[in-house]
Design a protein around this ligand. Structure first.
Ligand code: ADQ
Length: 464
């Protein structure tokens, strides 16, 4: 059997070298299976119903084009102004427009038709994220019988919030066309099962799988991770000071897309409060790297402005001629430089109000030296906190709690830092990139599209 893996995601990796966690995880799988990665071309346009090949090695990449109207209504609209805030418990930011729903369905339908022309009977199809929830249903409508898996990178929404969707009943129904639904955490699985339990159309089988009409689906958690070895190696590169001459000491670091889910305003406020309370005379800085995303969506423009205001206020209050307390950098930083910055930082700040996993938390831990590690301050609402319980866990809504954690991180003695770091690093290694993909695909292969009981495959112990 020549089984290929076909990955579908909104973004297509364009460079030759894998960098982000998702790309690294899938790179080897695709290269080994002779499979391909299907995703949107970064430039808007029209594709006439045919994929555009982007390079042939180490695996095929096939691009579809989104028109300007589809970028507006499908990508910025339904995906990022309805589903993203809904899943991140920001129902107040949801914007509903009939144009959004139609475009979302239409893009999923069109991409399904294009995929049908590309696949063979033995291919495994692996759909990534909330941009493509209805894709399996559209593929089934076209008669595609292949095993299809889905992985949601962001939090699974709470049941009550689903009623905000224009057609809430389709959300569960769309998902049941997948043979396997992969989620980041056990908490996400619990929310997903709650949704199915409350749906009279769904029936639970004795092995926990869900029967819906004539198909069966399973829901499991597969915590995503990073390529630990390569990130550690980049962080430990000798002789390259990420700052050049002007190195602030000590400093805490935050690295995030500029998104309201990442809790940046409260992080800045907590740093300001810490500066106000501090009694030891040190002059620490917060380096915040946050490139803008999804520009043109009001909520994103608003948060950029709010952060600029807070930076000005806190720096105005505390700065000295030779000390800038908050360095707010609105750009991307090259990965190896980022790794070296993480290693130099006394504390890593992850303060998400909601987050599927948060790979920055894992990168920060991986980058530390075992002899003299920094401290991870981690929001309870990031998926990473489910297993990384030896980080300093904080409530990102509580400014005093976070200010206290920053103070504790800067003053923590070496033996406690090492102890906490050892435990966190073990979690990072146990969920490393390759295992995530391997475990998901093992489970997907073992699933069947009939009402027969699927066998339970042997998985890596992290999935107990
Ligand atoms: P994101 O919301 O993008 O991902 P995250 O998991 O933190 O969040 O991943 C961000 C990645 O981008 C990290 O690898 C980070 O190093 C990199 N990055 C961020 N800012 C950067 C900058 N300024 N310069 C360079 N690199 C930068 C979504 C979900 C998460 C989930 C991931 C993976 O929202 O919850 O963990 O997918 O499933």
């Amino acid at each position: 059997m020549n089984e290929r893996v076909i990955v579908v995601s909104n973004r297509l990796p364009m460079g030759d070298n894998p960098s982000g966690g998702l790309v690294v995880s899938l790179h080897d799988v695709l290269a080994a299976s002779g499979g391909c990665w299907i995703g949107a071309h970064p430039d808007a346009g029209s594709d006439d119903g045919r994929f555009e090949p982007i390079g042939e090695t180490p695996y095929r990449r096939l691009a579809f084009r989104l028109s300007d109207a589809e970028v507006k209504n499908y990508y910025l609209g339904f995906s990022n102004s309805v589903l993203w805030p809904l899943c991140h418990r920001r129902a107040d930011l949801v914007k509903i427009s009939p144009g959004f729903t139609d475009a979302y369905r239409a893009v999923n339908r069109r991409v399904a038709e294009m995929i049908k022309g590309e696949i063979t009977a033995t291919d495994l199809i692996w759909v990534q994220d909330y941009h493509f929830i209805p894709l399996a249903r559209e593929l089934r409508r076209l008669g595609v019988p292949n095993r299809i898996g889905f992985f949601l990178h962001i939090p699974f929404p709470v049941l009550a919030d689903l009623s905000i969707l224009p057609s809430p009943e389709s959300f569960a129904q769309d998902l049941t066309h997948y043979n396997l639904i992969g989620l980041q955490t056990r908490g996400d699985v619990a929310r997903c099962l709650e949704m199915f339990r409350s749906d009279p159309r769904a029936e639970f089988m004795t092995d926990g799988s869900i029967k819906f009409a004539d198909h069966v689906t399973r829901v499991r958690s597969f915590p995503i991770g990073i390529d630990v070895t390569s990130f550690r190696a980049q962080a430990a590169q000798d002789g390259k000071d990420p700052f050049g001459a002007a190195s602030p000491e000590p400093f805490a670091i935050g690295v995030d897309r500029l998104d309201y889910s990442k809790g940046l305003p409260n992080r800045f406020r907590a740093f300001g409060r810490y500066l106000e309370n501090r009694q030891d005379g040190i002059r620490p800085s917060l380096i915040q790297i946050a490139p803008p995303t999804r520009q043109g969506v009001q909520a994103y423009d608003d948060i950029t402005e709010e952060l600029q205001g807070l930076t000005g206020k806190i720096n105005g209050q505390f700065a000295e001629l030779d000390w800038t307390p908050i360095r707010f950098i609105n750009r991307s930083v090259e990965r190896s430089r980022l790794a070296r910055l993480f290693r130099r930082a006394r504390a890593g700040l992850v303060t998400s109000l909601a987050d599927g996993m948060n790979l920055v938390a894992k990168e920060y831990v991986a980058a530390q030296s075992e002899d003299d590690p920094g401290v991870l301050i981690l929001s309870r609402f990031a998926g990473a906190a489910e297993d990384m319980t030896d980080a300093l866990l904080v409530n990102p809504y509580d400014i005093e709690d976070m200010a206290g954690a920053i103070d504790r991180a800067f003053r923590m003695d070496l033996s406690e830092r090492r102890e906490r770091h050892r435990a966190c690093l073990e979690c990072v290694i146990n969920s490393r990139a390759g295992l995530w993909a391997e475990n998901f695909l093992t489970m997907l292969r073992a699933s069947v599209e009939t009402l027969e009981m699927p066998p339970t495959p042997e998985l890596h112990p992290q999935l107990n």
